[in-house]
Ligand binder design. Structure first.
Ligand SMILES: *Cc1c(COP(=O)(O)O)cnc(C)c1O
Length: 366
């Protein structure tokens, strides 16, 4: 969103505010849908579970990827049927499984034998995807560090599940979040191909390939447009997986671009020759993604002129709450507006009200 537009909106809504562009959200969803024809999209609620986003995606007919009872509650309050959901947390308590089954979820994920055993009492009510780990250390967020069974061991786990009498519906993976290389998906799909061949020989009916999330968006640096990014993935799917149901769990690529943060400078101080500016939003708020998600958001200011070595800090009394050090900024005044784009994913989702600063409000525009 451009500066002038946000300036007008701030006159009405104040700061800190996250402006949610409904049209931008719909556009992201439709762009990915078009880039991955035939792939069922389960929006990963983890990236941003705001009810406004859920309801807009509901009207786009999106499906949903949920991990917790809390996320199920959000879908229930939006009257979304469990038929449009999958449960993808690889580690669950028995009570979590029952809660999801009561809601009506039918597809769950496991990545180890202990987790398979937890499903035994409910084996007629559910199907399982086996989560394979795909290492991506070069990626912003490597989601296979904590979960997933090694590709070489995935087939063994599928066979184990089948021996236990569980119904294995397919294979899932997450190629890493803000993953800039489509070849990571191909690498994972190569493993899937091999596993599917083995499964077919043993009469195990693999129906679903879940290619996860990870699709990248523009932050400070731009990434490939989605159509181009997805082209090699589509080609591979068309060549080898035409008889399978292909699903994906996109989070960031859908929720990321649609939110713009407006924040204001609430104080400043010249300390040892460096201008310190204190914003009304910080690391404990929407900028929590700087900490947890390692994201760097594009910033726009309305000032120009000679630049000074500056620091941008958040509002709380904690010293860790510093957003940018050693940045060069024109001289800013108290009350100046700063605008940050691409702030929809892993921002408000992990924000807190630490130190008595409430989370930034969300206002739907466009
Ligand atoms: C976080 C997560 C996603 C969403 O990942 P993005 O990189 O935001 O697209 C999808 N699936 C699972 C299992 C996740 O943990």
């Amino acid at each position: 969103m451009d500066f002038a537009k946000v300036q007008d909106l701030v006159k009405i809504h104040g700061t800190p505010t996250l402006f949610l562009s409904e049209s931008r959200l719909r556009e992201s969803y439709r762009t990915l849908k078009a880039a991955l024809p035939g792939v069922v999209l389960y929006y990963a609620l983890k990236s941003n579970a705001s009810p406004e986003i859920v309801s807009i995606l509901d009207s786009e007919d999106s499906s949903f990827d949920i991990c917790t009872n809390g996320e199920i509650e959000i879908l229930k309050s939006a009257n979304i049927s469990a038929d449009r959901t999958i449960h993808t947390h690889p580690i669950k308590r028995d009570s979590d499984i029952r809660f999801a089954l009561d809601y009506g979820v039918k597809i769950f994920v496991a990545d180890n034998e202990d987790e398979l055993l937890k499903f035994l009492p409910y084996k007629d009510k559910l199907k399982i995807l086996i989560r394979m780990s795909i290492q991506n250390p070069g990626c912003l967020v490597n989601l296979s560090h904590k979960f997933g069974v090694a590709p070489e061991r995935t087939w063994d786990l599928i066979r184990k599940a089948d021996d236990l009498g569980l119904s294995v519906a397919g294979i899932s993976f997450h190629a890493g979040s803000q993953n800039e290389s489509p070849m990571k998906y191909i690498e994972a799909l190569e493993y899937c191909r091999d596993i599917c061949t083995k499964a077919a020989l043993r009469g195990i009916d693999i129906q679903i390939i879940d290619i996860g999330g990870g699709f990248p968006i523009n932050y400070i640096t731009s990434v490939l447009p989605m159509a181009k990014f997805c082209r090699p993935i589509n080609e591979y799917l068309e060549r080898y997986f035409t008889n399978y149901t292909i699903i994906a769990e996109p989070g960031r690529v859908i929720s990321g671009p649609c939110m713009t943060l407006a924040a204001k400078i609430m104080g400043r101080s010249l300390r040892n020759g460096v201008w310190w500016y204190y914003l009304d939003e910080g690391l404990y708020g929407s900028f929590s993604g700087k900490m947890y998600d390692h994201a760097d958001y594009p910033m726009i200011s309305g000032r120009s002129g000679r630049r000074h070595n500056s620091v941008l800090a958040g509002p709380t009394c904690d010293s860790i709450d510093v957003l940018y050090e050693n940045i060069s900024l024109p001289l800013m005044e108290i009350g100046d507006l700063l605008v940050f784009n691409s702030m929809g994913a892993y921002t408000t989702a992990s924000a807190s009200n630490f130190n008595g600063f409430p989370k930034a409000k969300i206002v739907v525009v466009d």
